[in-house]
Design a protein around this ligand. Structure first.
Ligand SMILES: [Zn+2]
Length: 143
């Protein structure tokens, strides 16, 4: 899967693959691009394999509080461009992943480093505290 990401600096439209290593940068001006993608049971492992910390948003279309989370995840991807990869997982399409991650309810946010969970946030969080939480976790040195 490939996302089209508009460069926040120069407006160029870039193609960014969901599964890739390193930091996606604008082809024209080399600004790090916000990285927000999605994954399901079939491609979760490849998509979260990243040198960047990965913010995983577990949600479902029928879940009201999940809609509170979504703008925060988008904002975190934009604000922390080059430092974070955000991956939305629709649990209806990823029941095996949700089970393996031990997700009890949604919305649930996970932060992964090298594929391992380093932090978890359950329940709806408004954008500002969500961003603070994500930034704090990724700024902390890896244990
Ligand atoms: Zn650019």
């Amino acid at each position: 899967m490939v996302e089209i990401v508009t460069c926040p600096n120069c407006g160029k439209r870039n193609r960014v693959p969901a599964a890739a290593t390193g930091v996606p940068r604008c082809a024209a001006c080399h600004t790090p691009l916000p990285w927000l993608t999605s994954a399901g049971d079939g491609d979760f492992e490849q998509v979260v394999r990243s040198t960047l910390p990965v913010l995983v948003d577990l949600w479902a279309p029928w879940c009201g509080p999940c809609r509170v989370i979504e703008p925060g995840v988008e904002q975190a991807a934009r604000t922390l461009a080059g430092r974070l990869k955000a991956v939305e997982v629709n649990v209806d399409q990823a029941p095996r992943i949700a089970e393996r991650l031990g997700v009890q309810g949604i919305p649930t946010l996970l932060l992964l480093r090298d594929g391992r969970e380093v932090a978890r946030q359950v329940g709806a969080v408004p954008p500002a505290p969500l961003l603070r939480w994500a930034e704090e976790v990724i700024t902390k040195p890896a244990a």
